[in-house]
Write a protein that binds this ligand. Structure first.
Ligand SMILES: C[S@@+](CC[C@H](N)C(=O)[O-])C[C@H]1O[C@@H](n2cnc3c(N)ncnc32)[C@H](O)[C@@H]1O
Length: 543
């Protein structure tokens, strides 16, 4: 497979592995009743991903660099995100925008300097952009569920070709689903652009699935349903399919000529379905006589997930889905002032993407959140169909609070007045800042709660979800693939794996992994008891 090379690639290929796992510190919880700040005496560092506090709904807005934030999300969300939509900086070189549109933002420049060193100063802006994107995409790939999709907005003239090639490398070219286009503008761009190139009316949106083998087609949107199922059947919208076939030649089979709804097939024809299925469909009311012919009524739910349903959508027209201009106007209206954000995605565009790939319970991630359009789309869809989709947003800039989160608050509560009043969607979210790393150099960060450390160690060993610990077996982290994992750790005290500790190990398992500070058992005993000893902190992996 052809791959792309650029200055600095060797430095970032495996950089995602060096990024320390940090905790996410919840600053406040917001719901229709307003914001409640996390009290300082509560666990300052709740378990990774924010903890399971009653009030926590699972919607998250994280302020910080998405490289660190995505790594922080891994222990809780690896392999669990159903849909990722990202709208990264397009790298247009336009320095004057409110959006951090290029890689010259001081925070990103600093990061680049640390990762690639002084030579990075000579890189072109395309090299820098690729260095920035590569490790972030690597972690996004890990976060996706097996049948999860990632959609990436970009612009044709700047980084589209590069992005496609690095995505082929990271997500696999076999997992490339296609490239959608969005009509982002209906106006000619400024006169200068016309002098140097073509007017671009559309922006591409790349789409990959995590694993092509898990591909099951797209869900029908409400609009698809209306287009495809215009007839009214017994139970609502359905389409009708003829179930007769010519009985000419080798297809002549008398066993396929029984009565359905009191009718035999017409002359020269036989049924396509067997008698057992016909009786079952009759019983379910899924056969009808339409225009004198027996037909099978197909309902949307009979087809969801089948390849037959791959919809026609590959282009999102401005009229139906909105433009960057309409996205901007909507944002300004919600906020009540001119935000200065110029390239806001319209909610209609993001909803149209989500409704084809998400169930009502999907987790949706946007790690270049900007003004929070993705959260707006998720909340709106939930309000419309009673769904329980969850969003996770990450935004680097300080406007994460006063634009990103503020927009989401207004959407939840409702905004505007008089004729322009828009009812709130309801819902809630937690706002997070990046906290300290789990590892303090080579040592465990003892300032963190033991529960946080346990969850981290469990993830480093299993990459599975944490949560099946047994209170009667306090050192047990859980069992995975026949192995029981024990983390025998006490703050400020050395714990040795010895005979006394063995008596505390209650889980029945094929093998055991036991973390402790020291081991006083000999090799033969460990082998006999099928125990692998791991020393804290030396043997804690750094994934
Ligand atoms: C083009 S805007 C996204 C616009 C968004 N889709 C909307 O509708 O408002 C890109 C956003 O990514 C943010 N960003 C850039 N680099 C980032 C990073 N390393 N971590 C988190 N956010 C980042 C920028 O600050 C900017 O807000």
């Amino acid at each position: 497979m052809p791959t792309l090379n650029w200055a600095g690639k060797d430095k970032v290929l495996n950089h995602h592995l060096d990024v320390p796992v940090r905790v996410l510190e919840r600053v406040y919880h917001f719901d229709e009743g307003g914001a409640r700040r996390t009290p300082p005496d509560a666990s300052r560092h709740p378990p990774l991903g924010g903890g399971q506090k009653e009030e926590s709904c699972g919607n998250m807005i994280v302020h910080g660099d998405n490289l660190a934030a995505l790594k922080a999300l891994l222990p809780r969300f690896e392999g669990r995100v159903d849909c990722i939509y990202i709208d990264p900086p397009y790298n247009t070189g336009n320095e004057g925008w409110v959006y951090n549109d290029n890689v010259n933002d001081p925070q990103i420049r600093k990061w680049l300097g640390e990762v690639v060193g002084k030579e990075g100063e000579d890189f072109s802006r395309h090299d820098k952009w690729l260095c920035m994107m590569y490790p972030r995409l690597k972690i996004l790939q890990k976060l996706l569920s097996r049948d999860g999709y990632i959609f990436l907005s970009i612009s044709f003239p700047h980084e589209e070709a590069h992005l496609r090639l690095i995505c082929n490398e990271i997500f696999g070219s076999q997992n490339f689903i296609g490239e959608l286009t969005w009509e982002s503008t209906t106006q000619p761009s400024n006169a200068g652009a016309a002098k140097f190139g073509l007017q671009q009316k559309v922006e591409p949106i790349l789409c990959y699935i995590k694993d092509r083998k898990a591909y099951h087609g797209f869900y029908l949107s409400q609009k698809d349903v209306e287009k495809k199922y215009p007839h009214l059947g017994n139970h609502g919208a359905c389409r009708f399919e003829i179930i007769e076939k010519s009985d000419a030649g080798g297809y002549k089979r008398d066993s396929m000529k029984f009565q359905i709804l009191g009718q035999y097939p017409r002359a020269g024809k036989r049924w396509q379905i067997g008698e057992d299925l016909a009786r079952e469909l009759e019983r379910m009311g899924k056969l009808e006589i339409v225009d004198g012919i027996v037909k099978r009524a197909i309902y949307p739910e009979d087809e969801v997930g089948k390849d037959a349903l791959v919809p026609f959508w590959s282009h999102f027209g401005a009229k139906e889905f909105g433009t960057a201009e309409s996205g901007k106007n909507d944002l300004n209206e919600i906020m009540g002032f001119a935000t200065g954000f110029d390239t806001v995605k319209p909610v209609g565009l993001i909803s149209a993407i989500l409704e084809h790939v998400c169930t009502k319970n999907s987790i949706v991630l946007d790690s270049f959140a900007g003004s929070g359009t993705t959260a707006h789309a998720v909340l709106k869809m939930n309000a419309e169909d009673g769904g329980n989709r969850r969003f996770i947003l990450v935004e680097l800039m300080d406007y994460a609070e006063n634009i990103t989160a503020e927009r989401v608050k207004r959407v939840i509560r409702g905004y505007g007045s008089g004729d322009k009043a828009v009812a709130g969607t309801g819902g809630n979210f937690d706002f997070f800042e990046l906290g300290p790393s789990l590892m303090d150099g080579d040592a465990l960060n003892e300032a963190l709660s033991v529960e946080t450390l346990r969850e981290y160690v469990w993830w480093t060993e299993t990459h599975a979800q944490y949560g099946n610990a047994d209170p009667k077996d306090p050192y047990l982290l859980g069992s995975h693939n026949g192995t029981a994992y024990y983390f025998c750790y006490e703050r400020g005290r050395t714990v040795a794996l010895n005979r006394a500790l063995l008596r505390k190990i209650k889980a029945k398992a094929e093998s055991y992994v036991v973390f402790a500070d020291t081991c006083l058992l000999d090799e033969a005993t460990l082998r006999r008891l099928r125990i692998t000893f791991k020393k804290i902190p030396r043997d804690i992996a750094r994934p």
